[in-house]
Design a protein around this ligand. Sequence first.
Ligand SMILES: Nc1ncnc2c1ncn2[C@@H]1O[C@H](COP(=O)(O)OP(=O)(O)OP(=O)(O)O)[C@@H](O)[C@H]1O
Length: 608
Amino acid sequence: MASSVALRALLRTARSPAMKSSPTPFSRARAVPRSIRRYASTDAAVAVQTEEKPPARFDGVLNLNNYILRSISQNLKFKEMTEVQQRILPFLLADETKGTSALVQAKTGTGKTVAFMIPVIQGVYDILSEREDVERRIRKPVALVISPTRELAYQISDEAKKLCSIIPSAERPVIKTVVGGVSRRMEEQKVFRSGGVDILVATPGRLLDYLQEDPKRFGNVQIKVYDEADRLLDQGFAREISEIRSRLERVTKIKQMLMFSATVGKGVVGIAEQELGKNYKFVRTTSKDDVPTHLSVPQSLVLVDKLSDHFEPLVSMLRMHLDKALTGPPFKAVVFLRTGKEVDHYHFLLYHLLRNYDIPIIPISSRLSQAARSRNLEKFKASATSVLVASDVVARGVDVKNVTHVFQVGRAMGTEQYIHRVGRTGRAGKSGQGILILSKKESDFYKSLKGMQINFNDEYTYISDPALTVEISEVARKELELWQKRRREDELSLLEEKYDAHKRGKMPRKPTDIFSKDIDVVSTVISQFGFYRSVLSKRDLSSRDILRDIIAGTSHLGLDPNEKPAIDRQTSVILKNKLALTDKEVREFFVERKAVRKDKWTQNKRIE
Ligand SMILES: Nc1ncnc2c1ncn2[C@@H]1O[C@H](COP(=O)(O)OP(=O)(O)OP(=O)(O)O)[C@@H](O)[C@H]1O
């Protein structure tokens, strides 16, 4: 198989003496840049260190609601607390310190969701139990949990519902989710009207929509949580988050603020304090010398020459692992790419190149509808050996059991994002592997990772496999053809819309105004027919098929096909070069165009 050749080439270079002795293309970065060191020592001073070793079992936590405890053991089946849970739960549930705000940093996949959801559920439960019956029936959110992505919001809700499952239904906090990409009207009905909501899990944009629409709905909110806090506080969400904050301030007073993430940079602490106030608890489960990723997740670097060379080593490695999975344990991988377009492209290529393995190759990115995103994620969760081709929509927080490998193609959007992406494997104490494919042009990213104390266990240089290169280029050509076909079809749809608008008098009348400047071959050809309606509606056909169809469909007009048509030179060049029509077909085209025009002219006359 082609893959094994490439693999041998790949492995030949692993830890090769040549790599060790010759200078690597990346010059070594200092292990700990000064700014990080200074921040690390500040952190140590802020973090609380004076506690006695807390109990490791959930039933040892003072004040933990008995229903929640039973839900944990019977439904979630957790036996002992993880480190972050041990560090924060006893503190946030103790009589003297409950309701305190907190900023918590712990590595990916270490159970932070349970660590913040238990205090939230218990806090809401206590508030609800103090209420009179009538008040309890008017359910408005008491706690808001904000997540940067929709997938994560759904996941938090699901985990929270499991934590509440044993609470009798009359006393159980109602947990609901609001996210972008789903129908607002139906969501509003479900969330705010039928039964109301006590704990609302939301993505920022959709939450802001509801806040702007009816701020009074949020007048009972007392607890606010930012999961993936550093992401929510960074530039991408800054406007929405500050707007949410100021709108909430007008209608309520937040008593407890919880912020959790696997990465809390020094910049974040300053911004976070604006919301946390001064008396908050800062917990970090990692020491200043600790690497931010898991030791159980060894990481490898695969080096290629150019940015355009990223793909081949990926295919080669995937084939290697899939070969092994044929007889060994399952291989469940996430391949991270930077954009949705790249996801589409890589998904197409991988789908064809890994076809023989007969495994699900599943895409996920914001270019898909929310329904398709959820469906694809569920499919990935349910499959054993499979590959998820993903953009950063699943880079943070998303918990899929038994992911064995995370591949990152090219630089991530920052070192934090790299850490979160790698964190999709090696969760809840399991092991995994991270592989980064980087080109020499991306050496600055390599240096930044070194600056975060992220070191690679292995560094490889990929040597291209000619057979695989040819195989890939053939599939890429197929993709290009398909893409061109789709583009023509899109053009047709667009054209049809424009034509309808034109008919309704909403567009300028001159055809040259109707067709945009980037007029494509198909529109040129179609325009020759003077908006011939039946042509425009056949969007499922390629332009070549359409022409054939017209040629066949108009023969009833009884025109002499041997009649010499007026041949427009420019159009015939287009037909020949771009649509690859033969000379005969071009001639037929002009004959039929004349027929169609004549037919149209006759019809118009009749209407008049
Ligand atoms: N005490 C526990 N015992 C066993 N498993 C646990 C425990 N707490 C949480 N888990 C499981 O560990 C996995 C990871 O938890 P979670 O998704 O909360 O991690 P996280 O720290 O929020 O990760 P990320 O930083 O990626 O968001 C989940 O499958 C969760 O159910």
